[in-house]
Design a binder for this molecule. Structure first.
Ligand code: ARG
Length: 398
């Protein structure tokens, strides 16, 4: 049995590697390490995979694909889950699954293995994608088969294969990519405890940054005047924002299975880009469009969270925003200090903000009758007809 393993170098996938070979009867294990922008030491992780028994290690770069096909529509739609989560893990999983399937089909492997527990959302995201792309592949989910009870026992399994993973990485389950870093588990599972000093320190940083973003067709194309593809723009923004506290979120979310989960997320570039988008949308769009974008953003976000990636409804929403943003362009200058974002200046085309009509001056440009008419129409919607228009009470019949 030849198995393709989604290998990140972390605890779960390292434990899975040894287990596939020693217990599960895999004859060949191909470890696939997908680069989705996590700043890991890939040569070191590759070497670790060989020591754990991998027969081949593939390192596949999905950064550009994830940015262009995953993050771009998410940003146009303003996709969020439960109002706040910017979906950093959810958006990376389908691209990791794509890489696994590509390698499995090329190498003639019969199975794909991932290290997600069956309690979170990641198994859904991996498995739904694999089933759509290659329904013939068997899916092996070690956490469903292992007798081990938790992370300590998984750590012991890795140690038994003679490989050491620095214990520091066991404090939390960390998932990092170019959009975010997420932390779960460890002391975060105790809601009565404050986040560890590491988090509080990062969340209280007072550093500053100033950026100018140029947007075309609803997406950022230039950072401080320099044209950059979206993945590089995000990486560059993350570096510029490193001294600030922008983008931290401490969230208690509802998983797809209904279980509540507490996680800390760090999404610096993403948070800034969402703010810039909101500020430009305010210029570009009228009320019905803004409201509809909000509804689509939460619907798209929920589907993405649940692993319904590229569902026909999602594709339809992507087509809708492509059409809405087809003519939208603008420039926005933002200053960040600590966790605060200040909008310094905006230019947008189209721009629905008309200072002559909306401002406090130029009263002669506004027909006073408009205001009276609007009061009248709003009043009608309160189901009360002004007295002069009310009909006399209907005389009793007979
Ligand atoms: N709860 C987040 C989600 O479902 C993150 C999951 C993975 N994070 C982790 N640190 N293991 O998208």
């Amino acid at each position: 049995m030849k198995v393709v393993l989604a290998y990140s170098g972390g605890l779960d996938t390292s434990a899975a590697l040894g287990w596939l070979k020693q217990v599960r009867g895999a004859t060949r294990v191909i470890a696939v390490l997908v680069n989705v922008g996590q700043e890991d030491d890939f040569p070191m992780l590759e070497e670790r995979a060989y020591r754990l028994g991998a027969d081949q290690v593939h390192i596949i770069d999905k950064r550009a694909a994830m940015a262009e096909q995953g993050i771009a529509p998410m940003l146009k739609l303003g996709a969020v889950y439960e109002q706040d989560y910017l979906l950093g893990t959810a958006i990376a999983r389908p691209f990791i699954a794509d890489a696994l399937v590509e390698v499995a089909l090329e190498s003639g492997a019969g199975a794909i293995c991932h290290g997600a527990t069956g309690k979170g959302n990641d198994y859904l995201r991996f498995e739904q994608r694999v089933k759509i792309l290659a329904p013939g592949l068997t899916i092996i989910s070690p956490w469903r088969e292992w007798a081990c009870n938790g992370r300590e026992e998984a750590q012991a399994m890795v140690a038994a294969s003679g490989v050491s993973i620095p214990t520091k990485s066991f404090d939390y389950s960390i998932d990092a990519n170019l959009w975010h870093t997420s932390y779960e588990g460890g002391t975060l599972e105790d809601l009565s405890q404050p986040p560890a000093p590491f988090f509080i320190d990062q969340m209280s940083q007072e550093g500053e940054a100033e950026v100018t973003l140029t947007w075309q067709k609803g997406l950022p194309t230039k950072l401080n005047g320099q044209a950059l593809p979206l993945d590089q723009m995000i990486t560059e923004l993350n570096h510029l924002l490193a001294p600030t506290a922008l983008g931290w979120l401490d969230l208690l979310e509802t998983r797809t299975n209904g279980l509540k989960s507490r996680g800390i997320y760090h999404t610096p570039a993403g948070t800034l880009l969402y703010r810039a988008r909101t500020a430009l949308n305010q210029c570009w769009f009228a009320k019905p469009t803004l409201d509809y974008l909000n509804r689509m953003g939460s619907e798209y976000g929920r589907m993405l969270y649940q692993g319904l990636w590229q569902h026909p409804i999602q594709k339809a929403m992507q087509a809708a925003v492509d059409s809405l943003y087809a003519e939208a362009e603008g420039t926005i200058c933002l200053r960040i200090k600590g966790a605060a974002v200040h909008i310094l200046a905006r230019q947008a085309n189209p721009n629905l903000f008309a200072d002559q009509l909306g401002g406090f001056g130029h009263m002669n440009q506004w027909n006073a009758g408009y205001s009276e008419a609007l009061v009248f129409f709003q009043h009608l919607q309160n189901y009360s007809v002004p007295a002069e228009f009310a009909m006399q009470a209907t005389p009793a019949v007979g």
